[in-house]
Design a protein around this ligand. Sequence first.
Ligand SMILES: [Fe+2]
Length: 235
Amino acid sequence: MTDTSQPVRAVAGYRNSLLRSPARAPWPRIISPADTTGPVFDPAAVEPSEHDLSVISPGRPRAMGQLIVITGQVLDEDGRPFPNALLECWQANAAGKYIHHNDPSSVPVDPNFIGVGRVMTDAQGRYRLRTIKPGGYAVPDHGEGQLSGWWRPPHVHFSIFGPAFSSRLVTQMYFPGDPLNERDLLLNSIPDEAARSRLIGRFAPDLSTADGALGFRHDFVLRGRLETPFEDDHR
Ligand SMILES: [Fe+2]
């Protein structure tokens, strides 16, 4: 049975998804103990400063754009916090540009913004990131099979690692009220509306900081009825 809370694999209008989507059912793979027991991420390996994408290093100017804080919890299907998960995030700069060879746009790079961060969840499954709000961007026109004029809405990519490399989930967070959300092929590749809404962060004025960061709350639910839509087919 198709799970309508998760993205479809082949997204009409998104050429890369058509090329990457397997036409046949995947082979079941034998999971070995090595797959599930290691490596274990050491919280000490993640520097506290890595949660702050808005400055590359102490003393440098902060990145251009609207400062934001994103915070929330990683939870299991029963609402229990998931501690010691490694959250990695990556995003475009405020103008919608990635520092990546696959981003061919002429939008300027911000010399004070790299766009990657890491944080471990604490004992209550909580995380907190400080960054700048990413800009939307025009998706390059790859020709046949690709919708032209498609813009990605502002979004932050997330990877969540559990206690082993094999326990990885990948997803994106969107921002509330953005008109591009309704037109995005990836967000709308999730058939279920309630599931789509779980990818949109909530504006949280109480999290706003004295130095001008706007707050957003966003939780990740690993399984169950309220599961976050993930990009990997992990069943
Ligand atoms: Fe992106």
